[in-house]
Design a protein around this ligand. Structure first.
Ligand SMILES: [Zn+2]
Length: 320
């Protein structure tokens, strides 16, 4: 009888133990599950998903932004422009807020253009906060509506003979390296069947001032700014710019020639770029000029040609 009771007690003990174990492990299981969930809620992935990013976009974000930097994205609803900006080839993390601000103020602008404008610091009204350009960069110096040459800047110049140029004899001038490169370009052009002529080249500060003021005095500043660079802001003052045309064509009709098309695809081989292309007016700040060549050297010219960027961009990424 006693033995039997003991057996029964033991059996009960085992049963209780099993129940306890089941309860415990269940509790532990759900405890760890909750903890796992809680931990997951702390991850970047979870928090970014909550504001609308998908797995692919989160990868894109995390490739560029880390730790605290991700807070901005976690605390704001997802916007496509964030992702668009980050995926731009020349996206610069430090410029992110400026890109956003610029896009906010220019609603029709693409992310791509915003990146180009901010990177080249052309995201301000023309002629705002201009600085004297660094002329020590020589053929890579930047002259645009934010970088100017001072009124006493005169480069060393050589004369372009009348064989290659229009205008008064001895009036066309350029720097030696520009002229040397032009002779190579000219020879290649002739080979291809085009007789290229320099229509305009070096222009002094004073000459540019004369041109600009004439427009301004007749039609006002807005009109003058459309037609001419302000004195100091013309590349022609550097001696590195040449306006090319052919006999029978003007600066405006040159774009309709085969010679123009040939220049587009070949000038870079001799160190020249088309400085003011039709599809880059927003960056360069200058209207399309089919014959305006700028000497920058073969390396820079090749990069600019192959990557379809402006000199303003090239300067921002590689020269400055
Ligand atoms: Zn020009």
């Amino acid at each position: 009888m006693k033995k039997l009771k003991l057996k029964k007690n033991a059996r009960n003990g085992i049963l209780i133990s099993i129940v306890v174990i089941i309860l415990l492990s269940g509790g532990l299981y759900s405890y760890f599950n909750i903890k796992k969930e809680k931990d997951y809620e702390k991850t970047d992935e979870y928090q970014l998903e909550q504001v609308g990013y998908n797995t692919e976009e989160i990868k894109i974000l995390k490739k560029v932004f880390v730790n605290k930097e991700l807070d901005f994205f976690k605390n704001n609803k997802k916007k496509q422009e964030y992702i668009d900006l980050i995926q731009e080839k020349h996206f610069i993390k430090d410029n992110f807020n400026t890109y956003l601000e610029y896009l906010q103020n220019n609603r029709n602008m693409t992310a791509s253009l915003a990146v180009e404008k901010v990177n080249t610091q052309t995201n301000k009204e023309f002629y705002t906060d201009p600085v004297a350009t660094d002329t020590s960069k020589e053929s890579l110096m930047l002259i645009n509506k934010y970088h100017y040459l001072t009124n006493d800047y005169t480069p060393e110049l050589v004369t372009i003979p009348p064989t290659y140029s229009f205008g008064e004899i001895g009036s066309q001038k350029a720097t030696q390296d520009t002229y040397d490169a032009f002779l190579n370009l000219w020879a290649a052009g002739k080979e291809a069947g085009f007789y290229l002529m320099v229509n305009s080249s070096y222009r002094s500060y004073q000459k540019q001032e004369e041109i600009y003021n004439k427009y301004r005095d007749i039609q006002g500043i807005e009109y003058a700014d459309e037609l001419a660079a302000r004195p100091g802001y013309s590349e022609h003052q550097s001696g590195y710019a040449l306006n090319i045309t052919m006999n029978g064509y003007t600066d405006t009709t040159f774009k309709d020639t085969d010679a123009y098309n040939w220049l587009v695809d070949n000038a870079y081989k001799y160190g020249f770029i088309l400085r003011y292309p039709s599809d880059k007016e927003e960056i360069t700040g200058f209207a399309f000029e089919s014959g305006h060549l700028r000497y920058v050297g073969i390396e820079a010219a090749t990069y600019i040609y192959e990557n379809h960027i402006t000199f303003d961009e090239y300067y921002a990424y590689f020269v400055k």
